[in-house]
Ligand binder design. Structure first.
Ligand SMILES: Cc1cc2nc3c(=O)[nH]c(=O)nc-3n(C[C@H](O)[C@H](O)[C@H](O)COP(=O)(O)OP(=O)(O)OC[C@H]3O[C@@H](n4cnc5c(N)ncnc54)[C@H](O)[C@@H]3O)c2cc1C
Length: 431
């Protein structure tokens, strides 16, 4: 039997966060790294990759720039390689197209030799003899298993679609999907003639705008139901300062109870819709209303309604949506031929950690107790997690703008010294 390689670091999942980590560790000669992902190649939210949609972060919040502005993997280096640098500067659009950001990540992924696609991690154990984690992954369409060993692990598996309570057991219904599957179903849904979107965030707004382009020629009716209002994302200067090491440290220092209270009042900082998209939607509605003054009978926007239930109606083939007005408490019903749940995403402790549960820290609510350095193991130095620390580090856990900072902290913790200088004194505010 050959002796297996024991990697210094294995990253599980290759989304933007672990891809950034792979880019930032490429030139660290003392670290032998490997990154695994279940997909056959880099694939960033393909079901919502609308060609016109823009990022919610500026181009310099790419995989590397805030840690290493001279990196060959910067967004500007990508544009140069694609011969679009001059056009990009003339365009003066600070927030890249999402499709272009996806191409950028795929471009970086192509050059990194530490990535392995087509491996779905199913289990992690601790091998006492080797003093390393043993990672079991399904390979090539679940045909065989592969085993890998690592001293440290960084989990970057993202989040999964959130379906509201009471609806989870209805997802078998045809013409009902989570927004993450929108583009796979768009054609079939349009053929149904009327579509309902549930949700108040960026995805709901993007889908609404996308479908609005098809009215009235290819789509007869469109309804947008939101529990809150139509909330713009606060992207003002002092709010942007909160996506900083300083604010993260401040939030981390709060009690668990206070963190919950603070987060409850911060929807506008991370759940809102780009102001430019709100403007685009309004302009489109205004334009259509010039030729269709009765627009509201076809295009309905219903804020302050909570979806309580969805039931199939056998005869008409439609769905019955039970809604509750959150202010008047009136019950409403709504009929829909196709429904899209843009109800967000959630984090759960990954099932593949079950085998090493005793090594992991959990809080009183059963959530991962994530250390300031993003470690989740009891020794605080061997298993790290990305984009799961909303309840410990604050609202910007999923923010791509904070990804390089978190990766710098993780790299420094793994190495045991400050390889990447963590920038200090970044904000005018003292939190
Ligand atoms: C449509 C959309 C647009 C967004 N746009 C922005 C934006 O503009 N700005 C911003 O700041 N944030 C944005 N976000 C939020 C967030 O930052 C992104 O979701 C980002 O993709 C998170 O990156 P990640 O690396 O954590 O996870 P993901 O991108 O979800 O990647 C995780 C990867 O891990 C793989 N994986 C999961 N389980 C396993 C396993 N067991 N074994 C192997 N592989 C596994 C998955 O297949 C996936 O490839 C957006 C989110 C969505 C849904």
């Amino acid at each position: 039997m050959t002796t297996p390689i024991i990697y210094d670091l294995i990253g599980i999942g290759i989304g933007p966060f672990n891809l950034g980590l792979a880019a930032l560790t490429e030139n660290i000669s003392t670290l032998n790294c490997l990154f695994l992902d279940e997909n056959p190649s880099f694939n960033w939210h393909p079901g919502l990759l609308l060609p016109w949609a823009r990022m919610q972060v500026p181009f310099h919040a790419d995989l590397v720039t805030l840690a290493d502005p001279c990196s060959k993997y910067s967004y500007l280096a990508f544009l140069k390689a694609r011969k679009r640098l001059l056009r990009f500067t003339i365009l003066e659009k600070y927030f890249p197209l999402r499709s272009e950001y996806h191409d950028y990540c795929a471009w970086v992924a192509k050059y990194l030799k530490t990535l392995k696609f087509g491996y779905k991690v199913e289990n992690v154990e601790y091998d006492k003899e080797r003093q390393a984690y043993r990672i079991t992954a399904w390979q090539g369409n679940f045909t065989s298993r592969a085993y890998f060993y690592a001293k440290k692990i960084v989990i970057g598996i993202g989040s999964r679609p959130f379906i509201p309570e009471g609806i989870q057991d209805k997802m078998y219904l045809p013409y009902l999907t989570h927004a993450s599957g929108y583009l796979y179903h768009k054609k079939d849904f349009i053929e149904r003639g009327d579509i309902t979107i549930i949700g108040s965030g960026q995805s709901a707004a993007e889908i609404f705008y996308d479908l609005l382009q098809l009215y009235p020629d290819r789509l007869g009716q469109l309804t947008w139901i939101t529990r809150s209002g139509i909330l713009p994302m606060d992207y003002s200067k002092f709010s942007c300062e909160m996506t900083s090491p300083e604010y993260t440290s401040h939030f981390f220092s709060l009690s668990s109870e206070m963190k919950g209270k603070v987060l409850a009042g911060q929807d506008n900082l991370y759940k809102g819709i780009n102001r430019s998209l709100i403007q685009m939607i309004y302009e489109r509605l205004y334009l259509i209303s010039l030729s269709r003054p009765n627009l509201k009978s076809d295009i309905r926007i219903l804020p302050h309604r909570e979806l309580l239930d969805i039931r199939p109606l056998e005869i008409s083939g439609k769905m019955f949506l039970k809604l509750c007005h959150t202010e008047t408490m009136e019950m409403n019903k709504h009929l829909s031929s196709a429904t899209i749940l843009a109800t967000g995403y959630e984090n759960q402790p990954p099932a593949f950690l079950e085998g090493i549960k005793d090594r992991i820290s959990f809080d009183a609510k059963g959530r991962l107790a994530i250390n300031r350095n993003y470690a989740i193991d009891k020794t605080g130095d061997s298993i790290f997690i990305q984009n799961a620390e909303l309840h410990t580090h604050g609202f910007n856990s999923a923010d791509l703008g904070l990804g390089t900072y978190r990766n710098m902290v993780i790299v420094n913790s793994i190495l045991g010294y400050e390889h990447y200088g963590i920038p200090a004194d970044n904000t005018f505010q003292s939190f």
